[in-house]
Write a protein that binds this ligand. Structure first.
Ligand SMILES: [Fe+2]
Ligand SMILES: [Fe+2]
Length: 293
């Protein structure tokens, strides 16, 4: 693997923080089976991570000293490890995004757009929710909880969907996405446990977290598609072949990465849902062994 792995577990949590230090210098321009469409699909996703994961970290950090969870030592350790993992993801996606930028794909602008969308949306929803007693902290944490469900679900697709694994032909990129996928599943319950710890399990928190998922998914869909079309157009590759390959990869009923997420995404709407209901213990053990973690 083209990375120097440094694994630490200073927080004493149930999962470690791995510093990967990938070298993206030799990643080909179209690293995903030489496909322009598929590569840009993943680059558009990667463009969401630096600002997105900073938002996740901030949302959890701001409530970690809330009296309801302050003394919960176990959860505090998980929060520290969660922050560590997300910070490492940001670092590696920044590294990959810079490599894509060097090929002339303007990910810098997309990164800035992501931050603008997040900051605008969180302020608007806090304003709309204020008359109903919804605070900025609630908006941020519930959005994080919803988006963490999305990342854990797309991650479990990466770990289970063989078609996608075969398409990722570049070893560095494949390892980067699989490492990120493993860790998203390792820490998938942290933001959720913080949310429940602080805001409880009542009807209000159910309505808050489920409506957040709907809003977050609609926003994410349009932002990601806009990024994807922008990358394709700038690359003068906005054509039938690119769209067809993206459709097959993401939305084909039998093997699409997005269509494959349906069942796990919907589980979030079950009253009493918890991320650990979706058992990924064996899946994680298999992949950690494969990657030598
Ligand atoms: Fe992450
Ligand atoms: Fe995450």
């Amino acid at each position: 693997m083209n990375a120097k792995v440094n694994i630490t577990n200073r927080a004493g949590a149930s999962f470690p923080v791995r510093r990967m230090n990938f070298d993206f210098n030799n990643v080909p321009e179209y690293w995903m089976k030489s496909s322009v469409g598929l590569t840009h699909f993943m680059t558009a996703l990667s463009a969401l991570f630096p600002a997105g994961e900073k938002f996740f970290i901030d949302s959890v950090r701001v409530v970690r000293n809330h009296p309801a969870i302050k003394e919960n030592q176990e959860l505090q350790k998980e929060i520290s490890a969660f922050i560590g993992q997300e910070a490492m993801h940001t670092q590696e996606h920044v590294g990959f995004n810079a490599a894509a930028q060097r090929y002339g794909h303007d990910v810098d602008t997309l990164d800035k757009h992501t931050d603008t969308v997040i900051q605008t949306a969180r302020k608007v929803f806090a304003l709309v929710g204020k008359p109903f007693g919804i605070t900025q902290e609630m908006v941020d944490l519930t959005a994080t909880t919803a988006l963490e469900h999305f990342t854990a679900t797309i991650a479990s697709q990466l770990l289970t969907n063989q078609n996608i694994q075969e398409l990722m032909q570049d070893e560095t990129m494949k390892t980067m996405w699989l490492w990120h996928a493993i860790e998203e599943n390792e820490h998938k319950a942290v933001a959720y446990n913080v949310f429940e710890g602080v805001f409880g399990k009542g009807l209000k928190s159910y309505l808050l977290r489920t409506s957040s998922l709907v809003v977050a998914m609609i926003t994410l869909f349009f932002v990601h598609k806009y990024f994807l079309l922008r990358l394709l157009r700038q690359d003068q590759q906005l054509n039938f072949d690119s769209i067809k390959s993206i459709y097959e990869y993401a939305y084909s009923p039998s093997k699409g990465i997005i269509t494959g997420m349906g069942k796990e995404m919907l589980a979030y709407f079950k009253p009493g849902f918890h991320p650990n209901d979706l058992d990924s213990v064996n899946l994680l053990a298999t992949w950690k062994a494969k990657l030598g973690f």
